[in-house]
Structures are given as C-alpha cells and as structure tokens.
Design a binder for this molecule. Structure first.
Ligand code: UFG
Length: 320
C-alpha cells in the first residue's frame, strides 16, 4: 500500500514506519521535527519535513491508500499547563487531516490513541467498554479525535482504527525512545545507569499495590507496531474500531527498576518521592479484542526483554 505516516520521526512513528517498510509498503513520513529527529526516519521512506496541515493536502492528492497518524503533543503535565497547544496541535490538526483525507478519498486511518482516554479506571484490566473519563487534557484531546474519527467513519465511509496504547517501551533495533523532555520511567532509569542522573525517584510507595508502587502495563514497541500493520489491513470502510494495546501483565515501578539493575549491571540508586498528581495506582489493559479481531499476538512480553532492547538502544545512542 502507499501510506502516509505522520510523526514518523518520533519514537512510535519511526518504529511503525520501519515495520511498514520491512513489510513492503511504500511509506512517506511527514514530520515537523518539533519533537522528532530527522535521523530517526527509517531508510526506504520518503521524508517530507513540514507542518502537517500545510503539506498533507498535496501528498494525499497523489493517491494514498492509508494514513497512520502519530504526530501529536504527548506530555501529560504540559497538557495541563498549556492546553491550547494540545487542543490546537492534536485536535485541530487532526480535523484538518481528516478533511484532507475526505477530500482525497483516503480509505484507511490508523490513529495513535491512548489509555489516557480512560482516566482513573474502576478496577481490574481495562477493556474498550470501560468509561472514558480522561483525567488530563492530553487524554481529552485524544478522545476527542477518536470521536471525530467515529463520525467520519459513519458519515463518510472512512475505515478508522484507534489504537489505545498503554505504556510503550523498548526499542526496535536502531529505532527507540529519545525525548528531549523525558518523563517516562524506563528511559529515566537507564539515564541513571549512564550516570546522567544520580538516582531515580519513585513517585510514592504507599499505593494499594503488591509492593506499594504503581503498576503499569509495558508493551514492547515492536509488538505495538505489529498491531498497526494488522489494524491497517483490517480497517473496514464505514467502521471505527477501538483496540487497547498492552501486554496484559502489570509491572510495578520497583519491578521495572530491578529489571534495569539486572540488565545493565548498575546499582541504580532509587529514592522515594511524593506521589505524582494524576497517577492512577494501576493501569493494565485487556487486549482480548485486538487478539480476537486482529489476530494480534504480542511476542515480547517479558520485562527483561523490553528493558534489554531499550538498553541496547540507549547504548547505541551513547556510541557503546
Ligand atoms: N515513575 C516514577 N518515577 C519517574 C517516572 C515515572 O516513579 O521518574 C512512575 C510513575 O509514577 C508511573 C510509572 O512510573 O507510576 C510509569 O510512568 P510513566 O511516566 O513512564 O508513564 P505513565 O504511566 O504516566 O504514562 C503512560 C503514557 C502516557 C499516558 C499515560 C496514561 O506514557 O502517554 O500512560 O495512560 F498518558
């Protein structure tokens, strides 16, 4: 298929673009490099640097089979301090993309949604039927886009799939996570192993979980990318499908730090800090629907495997 990947110079976008090229698709990456990196765009892709709403029209006019839409603002804290950036950068931009897709009759859209659309879950593993009550602006903007895609599917025949990611981690060979502002647990812990920070702060150890630290569902980025390929192939005209993507197992913050110690061989000092506002105690996905409907099978579900791939990637970044 001829595909446009927005945000293909970012973490998840670059891994998905690489998997699409590996699978024989013809891929154009669009990225404004506001948070992505030009050298993260995989070989074999055509790269168009520019603001999405400015460049996408002419690209789609060329005849495109599908769009995978990753370009977004994605920092939860920032979304609360500067919501305009998120309503504009996520919602307004995505509406323009949807309009361009309608105009040029692009049939398929795979959208990068998030577990943050659910907010604080009631209990147990989260299915797609869980109430959507986002507790931050980031999640609210992603949910708004999900709703827009649903309307475009019903009214204009778009085949849309929203994939709600839980905690994406790991790397796909040379493609991995390198945010200028890093807030995610695994890369921060690995920074301690490199001596870039003195210790990792554990945000609370009095949560109602097995060891008192928060539990999250870490999904390997390669497994996540595979789900995108399946979603693209299975997109149905006139339907909007939503799938949660996680590994189905939760790991606590302490378990993640211990895995990083095992893999890196570094002591990785940790200290206990205040709870981070807005953090739920536990977020674990039910990905039963993705497995049943798409035939998705995550293969890299062990924490050590996820951390080792992230570590390999970080070592490459440090020239090791
Ligand atoms: N944590 C620490 N110390 C740190 C960083 C994180 O203890 O220095 C903890 C957090 O409190 C949380 C866990 O590690 O319990 C994971 O935190 P991340 O920031 O890595 O990830 P989140 O679970 O907060 O965020 C993820 C996605 C977001 C999404 C959110 C809600 O990265 O995009 O889930 O679904 F919005």
């Amino acid at each position: 298929m001829k595909l446009v990947v927005t945000g293909g110079a970012g973490y998840v976008g670059s891994v998905c673009a690489a998997r699409l090229v590996e699978s024989g698709h013809d891929v154009v990456v669009v990225d404004d490099l506001s948070t992505g990196h030009a050298d993260a765009v995989p070989d074999g892709c055509t790269f168009v640097e520019g603001e999405l709403t400015e460049v996408v029209g002419p690209l789609l006019a060329d005849g495109v089979d599908g769009v995978l839409h990753f370009a977004a603002k994605s920092l939860v804290g920032e979304s609360m301090e500067d919501p305009h950036k998120y309503w504009q950068g996520n919602v307004v931009t995505s509406l323009r993309l949807l309009e361009a897709m309608r105009e040029h009759r692009v049939a398929r859209l795979v959208f990068s949604s998030t577990a943050a659309t659910y907010g604080e879950p009631d209990s147990g593993s989260i299915t797609e039927n869980a109430p959507t009550r986002p507790s931050n602006t980031y999640g609210a903007t992603k949910l708004a886009i999900d709703h827009a895609i649903a309307s475009y599917a019903t009214a204009y025949g778009l085949g849309g799939v929203s994939l709600r990611y839980f905690n994406v981690a790991g790397a796909h060979g040379p493609f991995g996570e390198r945010h200028t502002t890093e807030t995610h647990l695994i890369p921060l812990v690995l920074q301690v192993a490199f001596g870039q920070r003195e210790h990792i702060r554990i945000f609370g150890e009095d949560w109602p979980t097995r060891d008192g630290t928060c539990v999250r569902d870490y999904i390997h980025v390669t497994d996540l990318a595979d789900a995108h390929l399946l979603a693209l192939e299975n997109a149905v005209p006139g339907a909007h499908r939503v799938y949660n993507l996680g590994n189905g197992t939760g790991f606590s913050v302490r378990e993640v730090i211990d895995a990083c110690r095992r893999i890196t061989g570094h002591a990785i000092p940790a200290s206990v800090a205040q709870r981070r506002p807005g953090d739920p105690a536990e977020l674990v996905a039910s990905s039963a629907a993705a497995r049943t409907d798409l035939g998705w099978q995550p293969r890299r579900t062990g924490l050590d495997e996820i951390v080792s791939d992230a570590w390999e990637f970080a070592r490459r970044q440090h020239g090791q």
